[in-house]
Ligand binder design. Structure first.
Ligand SMILES: O=P(O)(O)OC[C@H]1O[C@](O)(CO)[C@@H](O)[C@@H]1O
Length: 794
């Protein structure tokens, strides 16, 4: 395998350098600052540095002041300052005057003050910002110290403008800041301004600060320890220079340490019932739910609390979810066992979006192929592309399996309300019953057959394709070829099969089969719902991509769903998850997700550092309310706890049947409540007594009618299952599977586990037909083939 196929390791969030004592640290920091300034001067002819106050940095500035740098081309400002003139001994400008600028030091450097005078800090802030703005594009260097409470700049825990100041995407460069116990008012660069830096140096020394730093590496809100905002970001590279840390472990947090914090949270929460967590935190629902547009994901009916969730998000960070996510969207070969990029997101992109596979722009081909497929779909829908006899196609049969079947099947069914094209049918199984049962209901003269196969070698699909071709030839004779179209990455094989290249639609090896519904593989869906609705479906996927790429992890739906998944699988050791859409039209979603999830993450071999232990769980499900009358018994009272993922739309498509929908919603909410709340034996007993039952009989039956409760579930609720929402849903699950795969360290994009069975089936076929001997096989296989033959001949 080429070097390029190696996926990026989770990059450490910062570089760390330790020094023996504060003096050595000051020497090293002064040298590094000088080096960075010099580099900026050589590259751009000017240099801009923002410097913090504090005991550790000030020793470095004293040494820096004599550095041989072309100081007149250097601009210096402060990261933060007291809102007071430089004559105030507590001001940071005063500190620079006594160190960097002392006795003509840094001679000729330009200084941009934060304190500009003025009637109020608010007014002065605006003036300082106007002066600073031309300099801060970006800072070449920001030097930070750290307080024993974990503050940096003037981001003091409890500060009055802390959340604005810590908004990484805020527009302001400066903010006033007041905090309880803090003398005076301060003015500070915002986090957004600091993160514009080309480089951040963080300096600290001493055991107390080392402990602070260690705590900051652990889980917990940024607001409690604002240094976390620097340590958890990946926008600006950070170098940490520290001394006198007395053996404290301040190395970047590895997965093991992050996992320890999850275990600690699990142990802390052991024995706490989910239902009781609502009593201790009245804002639990707000804290443990997140939204993307109208789509809301609620995790509050799981056993997580905010601390446990934060620990899981730290685990995701430590495992590199953000780095690998970015690498995926950048088209780097993260599918390292096959040496391929993973770019299904490009399939739902719009003109102007940028996607490149290892540097090669894929968008022209994606858009061109999409346009051809949609034009063909529209032509079939309108009758412009007609059957051999000139009539319209009334039926379309998609022949494919796995990803070449499940996506279209699921989506065509889900979008029935906007299905206004020809009827769609699907043949996947090599079992002749499938082809027979579908084809026997159809008129070949009115039927268009789509052969969908990424490889165009899959035995099931090629066998069914041959059968369909024979059926078609018997029906329409030599015109049969015109009733076929194909979708594949192997267009040469399509042509060899006899399908006109004009009706062959390609896709690319950077799309996994189970991620391909957005491509030409969705041709049956395009024909069913037409261009506008298919594009809305793509737009939904694209919107979820944007959300996944930009939302902070604690608001990021795919990452939150992954966090719940890892909690249940690894922290609680639960081996399966049920996906229960309260949406009849999502009846094929569980089957679709089985492939998406289990073919992606059902793996033992690791690609990179990941959480050891269990990986992908068993995924299964059926729509509610039907499931309630089948397997919910076990969900409520079985000895195995199975986390449930509910999905439901707030409104249905049938206004005249709104009362059905109210019942559907009520049942969905009721099931999640019942799983959580349960019913104690005492309650069951009292209920039966109230119904007039004898006391002895009530006691006997109480254990049978009790529900343990405390069974976790998540809920995804959205306005309506339209094409846009279906697109969001599918992309949400794709990115959830990706995030879990990264945490486990598996490659979610290969599927070697399906190969062995395929190879053996090829070898077994002649043994089954009697053309080859099975004598070399294992005893069971020999016995089974023997009995099969006996049955066939008897
Ligand atoms: O589209 P193809 O190449 O026919 O493959 C069908 C399916 O077979 C698999 O390769 C393995 O079962 C799936 O990943 C894929 O979706």
């Amino acid at each position: 395998m080429s070097d390029v196929a190696v996926p990026p390791a989770p990059t450490p969030l910062y570089e760390l350098r330790r020094y023996d004592d504060a003096d050595a640290l000051a020497d090293a920091a002064a040298a590094r600052i000088a080096e960075l300034l010099q580099g900026a001067l050589s590259a751009r002819g000017r240099a801009v540095a923002a410097l913090s106050g504090g005991a550790t940095p000030q020793r470095a500035y004293a040494k820096l002041s004599r550095a041989k740098i072309d100081w007149p081309r250097v601009s210096v400002t402060l990261v933060d300052d007291l809102w007071a003139p430089a004559s105030d001994p507590r001001s940071n400008k005063n500190l620079l005057d006594l160190t960097l600028f002392y006795d003509g030091g840094a001679s000729g450097a330009r200084f941009a003050p934060l304190y500009t005078g003025g009637a109020s800090v608010e007014a002065g802030c605006a003036a300082a910002e106007a002066a600073l703005r031309p300099l801060a594009r970006p800072f070449d260097l920001v030097v930070l110290g750290m307080g024993p409470d974990g503050h940096v700049a003037s981001f003091f825990p409890g500060g009055d403008r802390l959340s604005e100041a810590l908004d990484p995407d805020g527009r302001a460069l400066l903010t006033p800041m007041r905090a309880p116990g803090l003398p005076g008012t301060r003015i500070s660069l915002t986090l957004a301004a600091i993160l514009q830096a080309r480089r951040i140096l963080l300096l600290f020394s001493g055991r107390t600060k080392a402990r602070t730093f260690q705590r900051a590496l652990g889980p917990g809100p940024v607001e409690d320890m604002p240094i976390r905002a620097i340590l958890r970001q990946r926008r600006a590279p950070v170098e940490v220079l520290c001394a006198d840390i007395d053996g404290a472990d301040v190395t970047p947090q590895p997965i093991a340490a992050a996992w320890k914090a999850v275990e600690t949270a699990r142990d802390r929460l052991a024995g706490r019932r989910i239902v009781d967590l609502f009593d201790t935190d009245p804002e639990r629902f707000e804290r443990l739910s997140a939204r993307a547009e109208d789509m809301l994901l609620d995790l509050s009916k799981t056993g997580l609390d905010a601390g446990a969730l934060e620990a899981l998000l730290n685990l995701a960070r430590a495992a590199g979810v953000e780095t690998l996510r970015d690498a995926m969207f950048e088209g780097r070969p993260i599918n390292a066992t096959e040496g391929r990029p993973v770019l299904h997101a490009a399939l739902r992109a719009r003109p102007g979006d940028v996607f490149a596979a290892e540097g090669v722009d894929v968008m022209p081909e994606v858009l061109e192929t999409r346009a051809r497929a949609l034009d063909f779909a529209e032509a079939v829908r309108s009758g412009a592309y007609a059957a051999a006899d000139g009539g319209r196609f009334t039926d379309v049969v998609n022949i494919g399996i796995g990803g070449s079947d499940l996506g279209p099947v699921m989506a065509v069914r889900a979008l029935a309300p906007v299905h206004d094209g020809p009827r769609c049918h699907f043949i996947s199984n090599v079992d002749g019953a499938h082809a027979q049962d579908v084809l026997r209901t159809l008129d070949p003269a009115r039927t268009l057959v789509l052969i969908a196969s990424k490889t165009f070698t899959t035995i099931e699909t090629m066998t069914n394709a041959d059968t369909a071709m024979r059926w078609m030839k018997a029906g329409v004779g030599e015109a049969a070829g015109g009733h076929f179209a194909a979708i594949s990455t192997a267009l040469d094989k399509v042509e060899a099969f006899g399908i006109d290249p004009a009706r062959a639609f390609g896709f690319w090896d950077w799309v996994g089969g189970r991620y391909s519904v957005w491509s030409s593989i969705g041709l049956s869906l395009m024909i069913a719902i037409g261009r506008a609705d298919f594009e809305a479906f793509l737009d939904g996927g694209r919107a979820m991509d944007a959300h996944f790429r930009t939302a902070p992890l604690d608001k990021n739906l795919p990452v939150l769903l992954a966090a719940a998944g890892v909690w249940h699988r690894n922290a609680l050791g639960l081996g399966s998850r049920a996906v229960i859409p309260y949406d009849q039209r999502l009846e094929r979603l569980p089957a679709y997700l089985q492939q998406l999830d289990m073919e992606s993450n059902g793996k033992t071999a690791r690609l990179r550092d990941g959480l050891p232990g269990e990986t992908g769980p068993v995924v299964w499900g059926e729509p509610g309310t039907n499931g309630q009358h089948a397997f919910f018994q076990l969900l409520h009272q079985g000895t195995t706890v199975i986390p449930v993922e509910f999905l439901v739309a707030a409104t249905g498509w049938e206004p005249e049947l709104a009362h059905h929908h109210s019942l559907l919603l009520a049942n969905c909410f009721a099931q999640s409540e019942a799983l959580m709340a349960g019913r104690s034996e005492q309650e069951a007993h009292d209920m039966m007594i109230a119904e007039g039952m004898e006391a002895a009989e009530a006691r006997r039956l109480a254990p049978h009618r009790a529900f343990s409760g405390d069974r976790p579930s998540t809920m995804l609720i959205y306005r309506k299952l339209d094409p846009y929402t279906l697109g969001r849903l599918v992309a949400l699950y794709e990115h959830r599977v990706f995030s879990e795969g990264v945490i486990w360290g598996v490659n979610a994009y290969d599927q070697w586990g399906v190969e062995l069975g395929k190879t053996l089936a090829k070898a077994l076929e002649p043994m089954v037909t009697g053309e080859a001997s099975a004598a070399e096989k294992d005893g069971s296989t020999i016995g089974l083939i023997g009995w099969m033959k006996a049955l066939q001949s008897g």
